[in-house]
Design a protein around this ligand. Structure first.
Ligand SMILES: [Zn+2]
Length: 275
């Protein structure tokens, strides 16, 4: 994989303002070998100092670590700074092979490590991750906090990554976004009637859809996949409707005021798909 000179265009698709930092197309510790994941950081920069006071550090590095440190900077206003197109030193050592420096894109969001996140900045954060997932064909599950792939790091602080990834998934269209299955899509009652019944013992791709939707709606606690090989990814890709999934469906139905029969049929699909 060469230098990622499409990154500015990808960032512009978020609708947030983009600054191409001079020289970004050729900046990097060599080209980017591959993109298998995205790592979210906070800069731990100064509390004040405008929109993105950490720009020079992320671009040029620190005394102990040469820049660039990350592909993107994200200002407090949601302004996106495209800093590098090649490999960056943003996550080493990594506990995930998909998120080391050679395999992942880094985003350094301006925050001193404790101040609240402005809504515009969070919106840009989610949308940038979603556009990167689209560009590189990644599931939202590949978006990780630095603290999730490097046990000595705390960043980005206070962002619930389960919620964050669910929002990214909805933006990407992994699961249908509120209002329909995606741009131009239109769901009707007839389509709902054609949706399959999913119940205990079924083993097919519709079960995966149920799993993805339950996760996106916040009805899959981490304990559900703690014992599964490959964790959440393994859980989400299972095509088997087992007892555990039926219980989670019941929980969702109760929360929606539906009869908790544990079967996904014409009354359960619409709130699950948000159609
Ligand atoms: Zn970090």
């Amino acid at each position: 994989m060469p230098f990622l000179t499409q990154l500015a265009d990808v960032a512009r698709r978020t609708g947030h303002p983009v600054t191409e930092v001079s020289g970004w197309r050729g900046r990097g510790h060599g080209p980017q070998p591959e993109v298998q994941g995205i790592v979210c950081h906070h800069t731990a920069g100064p509390a004040g100092g405008g929109d993105y006071p950490s720009l020079a550090v992320v671009r040029d590095g620190r005394p102990d670590l040469e820049g660039p440190l990350s592909h993107f900077g994200l200002g407090r206003s949601g302004h996106i700074y495209v800093i590098a197109a090649g490999r960056c030193w943003h996550n080493a050592p990594s506990t995930s092979a998909f998120h080391d420096n050679s395999s992942s894109i880094g985003i350094e969001a301006e925050n001193d490590g404790s101040q609240p996140w402005p809504a515009e900045q969070l919106d840009a954060y989610r949308k940038l991750c979603a556009e990167l997932c689209r560009e590189f064909g990644l599931p939202a599950s590949r978006v990780k906090a630095h603290r999730e792939v490097n046990t000595s790091k705390p960043d980005p602080h206070s962002i619930d990554m389960t919620d964050f990834r669910a929002a990214v998934a909805a933006l990407v269209g992994d699961t249908p976004a509120p209002g329909g299955p995606g741009p131009g899509g239109s769901w009707t009652e007839d389509i709902v009637k054609q949706l399959p019944l999913v119940r205990l013992g079924d083993d097919n791709f519709d079960v995966k859809t149920v799993r993805g939707c339950l996760f996106a709606r916040g009805h899959v606690p981490p304990a559900a996949y703690a014992q599964v090989a490959d964790g959440l990814e393994g859980w989400l890709t299972s095509t088997l409707c087992d007892d555990q999934l039926v219980e989670l469906v019941r929980g969702f139905q109760q929360a929606e005021g539906l009869e908790a029969d544990g079967e996904v049929g014409p009354l359960t699909w619409p709130p699950l798909l948000r159609i």
